[in-house]
Design a binder for this molecule. Structure first.
Ligand SMILES: [Fe+2]
Length: 303
């Protein structure tokens, strides 16, 4: 499949999320759109919904915020089960039916889907066999010029992060997820770090020792990171224990790690899990209260 085109984030309130992401991450300006979607199929039944959505770019990917105003969709179910957060990755395909058939052979069937003949087709694919990752296939036959939408003002961005560099997923079985994503979605092959020691990492203010397995693959300019906790407590065990698996965080490479941490702290956003090793540093930030997205700051010393 081609590179990830869009990151879909389910939110309770699009306006509130737009304001938060603009001021904390520097995303935007967002285009906001509200509309009905009629005659889709969700889990085998035909349905209608009203959605409010907002779109902004972050480098190579589009950020999509989705609020369900009426109706039952995978987004309303996601919100009920997991709360706000990253829900799907979208891939643009040229042979929609062929791709649906290929994924069907791997046991990945459409969950929420619709075809508008001659115009477009989309399908959110079931994620029970994909280590939690929900993939959207999207095909557009013709571009609709002048789509309805209003442009939000640029807003007051007090922190501006560079474009998204990494999409991080936490999975229960990394080898299985990596092999499946490669064979089914064409992501990878992943290079795997079988055991990485995370010693003395600060978890909510307390140093912790843990071990993790890591996997990395590129999707265009984006890096896909898989993480499987092996031993000890960390932010990933918390995620799995609360019943989640799949999309976990967005990573941003920054030049000035301590300066960026301080900027977030001034906005009342603390690091959840972090360490500065001297030649590299990472910090997962407590950015999930609105919109449910954990931001990771990444820094490497440049020689
Ligand atoms: Fe990461």
């Amino acid at each position: 499949m081609p590179p990830v085109e869009q990151i879909g984030i389910v939110v309770r309130d699009v306006d509130q999320a737009v304001e938060f992401f603009t001021s904390t991450i520097g995303w935007g300006p967002f285009k906001i759109r509200e509309g009905e979607q009629k005659g889709f199929t969700y889990d085998g039944r035909t349905g209608d919904c009203r959605l409010k959505m907002a779109f902004a770019r972050s480098g190579s990917v589009e950020i999509e915020l989705i609020q369900v105003l009426e109706g039952e969709t995978p987004h309303s179910d996601f919100l009920r089960l997991h709360g706000e957060g990253m829900q799907h990755l979208r891939f643009r395909v040229n042979d929609f039916d062929g791709m649906i058939a290929a994924l069907g052979k791997a046991g990945v069937d459409p969950l929420w889907h619709q075809k508008i003949p001659g115009i477009a087709a989309f399908a959110y694919m079931k994620n029970d066999k994909t280590s939690g990752l929900m993939v959207e296939l999207f095909e557009r036959k013709e571009s609709k010029e002048g789509r309805a939408g209003t442009r939000t003002p640029a807003g007051q961005s007090s922190t501006t992060l560079p474009p998204v560099h990494q999409i991080g997923l936490v999975v229960r079985d990394l080898e299985k997820a990596a092999a499946f994503y490669h064979s089914t979605f064409g992501i990878g092959p992943f290079s795997i770090v079988p055991k990485m020691r995370f010693d003395g990492i600060i978890l909510r203010g307390q140093p912790t020792d843990s071990k993790v397995k890591l996997g990395f693959a590129d999707s265009g300019p984006l890096q896909i990171e898989l993480i499987q906790p092996l031993e000890g407590e960390n932010i990933y065990t918390e995620f799995l224990r609360s019943g989640n698996e799949g999309l976990h965080h967005l990573g941003f490479e920054v030049d000035n790690f301590e300066g960026m941490l301080a900027k977030f702290e001034r906005q009342g956003i603390e690091p959840l899990f972090w360490k500065n090793f001297g030649s590299m540093a990472f910090a997962y930030l407590d950015t999930g209260k609105i919109g449910g997205v954990i931001v990771e700051l990444l820094w490497h010393q440049r020689s």
